[in-house]
Design a protein around this ligand. Structure first.
Ligand code: PEP
Ligand code: MN
Length: 338
């Protein structure tokens, strides 16, 4: 349920309304927009007397949100959410590029790539330490040692880091991690979503499951948000279809659809979506042009010998060329030409 506040409402009366809601075990989420202030009601609203609330002077109206996702719903928060990053922000006109190898392989490798992607204009360093691999015989990541190497690369370059969390027991190792990734395979690991939502307020990069609908993606965001962490970044990374020419099928149209349904930032991962390095740039540029709030791109110093996802990894040189195009496109998006 959302409560529309009358323009020019007396702040003291608004405060009384918030106190009333809290006394009914509702957590009010106040979103002050340019034209309208709305109060999103989180909690069980079935016992609220909506007629009584609608009758208050400060209230313009009460709307029930039909969709099963509430906190993630655009109605709940009409302006786009801007999620602060250590360097800049993402959402509401702020664009971020996260880049780095699929997996951290050595200190030298991650520092070298971090320097290269930073020089090309990336805002965040990616690198997997705990890897969800389809085969138990594939490289599973360096775990805690990989996280330590990411911290060294962060110290060396100043780049914040994003890396995947697979089990909540590992979160104590994530102190130095700036953005926590929940991967496609864990998008519906509801216990992990609840735990990550209650344990931390760090931004969560939530990747769409490979066979998930947008409603399912938004319900997963809802799990994190309703557990206490509003800082969710959605990420489209391709879905499974009958097409086999690419690793996954890039579902680019979801970017404007998600922006209409939700206030959360929407990123695109052109690496996992295509599976081939030569397709990363065309999809990354298309994603930028369609209005994505950010990109996450795999970059490896020696893709032919990468321990994971080398075929889809750009070299630092190709990444730098792609970044030149992305920056030019962003200027057009900012000027509303695209
Ligand atoms: C990754 O980012 O390396 C990864 C495993 O992504 P996804 O969960 O989208 O497959
Ligand atoms: Mn990967």
């Amino acid at each position: 349920m959302i409560i529309l506040v009358r323009p020019n409402a007396d702040p003291k009366q608004v405060e009384n309304l918030l106190t009333l809601l809290r006394s009914k075990n509702i957590s009010p989420n106040v979103s002050v927009g340019c034209h309208q202030t709305v109060i999103g009601c989180v909690g069980d609203v079935t016992h609220l007397d909506t007629n009584l609330i609608e009758a208050l002077d400060v209230v313009e109206g009460v709307r029930h949100i039909q969709e099963p996702y509430k906190a993630a719903n655009r109605l709940f928060h009409p302006d786009p959410s801007v999620i602060a990053l250590p360097d800049g922000a993402i959402g509401g006109g702020h664009f971020a590029v996260m880049a780095g190898p699929c997996s951290v392989e050595s200190e030298e490798q991650i520092i070298g790539i971090a320097r290269a992607v930073k020089a090309a204009g990336a805002n965040v360093l990616r690198g997997g330490a705990f890897k969800p691999r389809t085969s138990p015989y594939s490289f599973q990541g360096l775990g805690a040692e990989g996280l330590r190497m990411l911290s060294v690369a962060k110290k060396e370059t100043g780049l914040p880091i994003v890396t995947e969390l697979m089990e909540i027991k590992d979160i104590e190792l994530f102190n130095d991690v700036d953005i926590i990734q929940i991967g496609a395979r864990n998008m519906q690991n509801f216990n992990l979503l609840k735990e990550v939502g209650s344990y931390t307020k760090k931004p969560i990069l939530l990747k769409r499951g490979m066979s998930s609908t947008l409603q399912e993606l938004l319900m997963s965001a809802e799990y994190i948000m309703s557990s206490g962490n509003p800082n969710v970044i959605l990420c489209e990374r391709g879905i499974r279809t009958f097409e086999t020419a690419l690793r996954n099928t890039m579902d680019l149209g979801v970017v404007p659809v998600l922006h209409r349904l939700s206030h959360l930032p929407v990123m695109v991962d052109p690496s996992h979506a295509t599976g081939y390095a030569h397709l990363v740039e065309p999809v990354a540029t298309a994603a930028t042009a369609i209005g994505a709030d950010g990109l996450i791109i795999e970059v490896h110093n020696d893709p032919a010998h990468a321990k994971c996802d080398g075929v889809q990894s750009q070299t630092p040189e190709t990444f730098a060329r792609t970044m030149t195009k992305i920056k030019a496109l962003r200027e057009l998006v900012d000027k509303k030409i695209l």
